[in-house]
Design a protein around this ligand. Structure first.
Ligand code: ZN
Ligand code: ZN
Length: 362
């Protein structure tokens, strides 16, 4: 990954805004996608001072790790309390007008910096790094594709194990163990296994319900592999599937395909959403598809851009997004089909290869 080039591009943006520096602050105790994107550092606490001479600071727990991970950037050890240390450092570097990323920076941190930083101005600057992260390099797309392949494989394995009597939690846990055993850093989110009526809740958490013959089982799953996420949803029927289920599956599949047809560079997130939504509306279920069509995927499982009726985004080559229409009938069942795609100038390339041609009965 070309971290130096990413920092150089960000620095151009920062200078273009008349700022002396830009801070990426991670004091939240978990890995920061922006810090990782700009430096390769995966520790849970760190600050990047991006300036003419950039510096990555972390504390003694992570300095050795940072020295291994971070190249072409000095690593400093922050001593004592972070924010007073930071302000002193900024002052020593004679940095006065300083942009600060607002996602992931707490209001407390911002206020403290304003209070401590005499003669300094902290300027909230939204979405600078997130903006760069939208367009993936071929190397990033390959990592996401690898995560998608692993996700497919795990699902194939899991479907061979699926049987009545297992709880949703059993399924989610078995799958998570399989993924970790096969090289995933982690799962990309709490795996969603929703059976029977629970499938009608788009973000149901796997619970204690036992699978029964005739159930719809919705699996919305993803892994992190080398830092990059995948996201896939398939539904299967256990034992047998009613006519109604098959018909609704076909409708959602037609919407999924219409969405995939629409996705290409230059198309707005609204129009892509509209293409899929129109199919579901024509099928008479327009009011049963409450969420947007999709979202960007990269170092985070939900990132820019968005495909939704309220989206202001326009797709560009190198974006990686999901296409995931669904129909949810409360108290009965829900169906969603989610694919992960890389956006090209003239269409999109599907990264998730798991079959979907018809409702799979296992
Ligand atoms: Zn998903
Ligand atoms: Zn998704």
């Amino acid at each position: 990954m070309d971290y130096a080039r990413r920092r150089a591009r960000l620095w151009e943006e920062v200078r273009g805004r008349g700022l002396d520096a830009f801070l990426v602050i991670n004091l939240e105790g978990s890995e920061s996608p922006n810090l990782r994107y700009l430096s390769g550092f995966t520790g849970s606490f760190g600050i990047l001072i991006l300036a003419k001479e950039s510096v990555l600071a972390t504390d003694s727990r992570y300095t050795e790790q940072a020295q291994h991970q971070v190249r072409g950037l000095p690593v400093e050890e922050a001593k004592g309390r972070w924010l007073p240390w930071l302000v002193e450092r900024l002052s020593a570097l004679d940095l006065r007008k300083i942009g600060i990323g607002t996602y992931g920076t707490s209001l407390y941190t911002y206020r403290e910096l304003c209070r401590l930083g005499e003669g300094m101005e902290f300027v909230p600057a939204n979405g600078l790094v997130e903006g760069l992260r939208r367009v993936k390099s071929p190397e990033e797309i390959e990592r996401i594709a690898a995560a998608a392949r692993l996700t497919d494989e795990g699902l194939r394995w899991m479907l061979g194990q699926l049987k009545p009597g297992l709880t949703e939690r059993d399924v989610a846990l078995e799958l998570e163990i399989w993924y970790r055993r096969h090289g995933a850093d982690d799962v990309a989110f709490d795996l969603i296994v929703a059976s029977g009526p629970a499938s009608a809740m788009p973000h149901h958490r796997a619970g204690e319900r036992r699978l029964e013959g005739g159930d719809i089982v919705l699996l919305d799953i993803g892994v992190r592999l080398d830092g990059y996420c995948s996201d896939l949803t398939r539904v299967v029927a256990l034992g047998h599937a009613s006519r109604e289920l098959r018909d609704l599956y076909r409708l959602v599949l037609a919407a999924n395909r219409a969405g995939l047809e629409a996705v290409q560079a230059g198309v707005s997130g609204q129009d892509a959403d509209r293409a899929a939504r129109a199919v579901i509306e024509a099928g008479g279920y327009g009011d049963r598809f409450g969420h947007g069509l999709g979202h960007g995927v990269g170092l985070e499982v939900h990132e820019a851009p968005r495909l939704a009726p309220t989206s202001d985004d326009v797709l560009a080559a190198g974006h990686v997004v999901t296409v995931e229409p669904g129909v949810y009938l409360p108290g009965r069942f829900g169906i969603r089909i989610e694919d992960l795609v890389a956006v090209h100038a003239d269409g999109c390339e599907i990264l998730s290869g798991f079959p979907k041609e018809e409702l799979l009965v296992v």
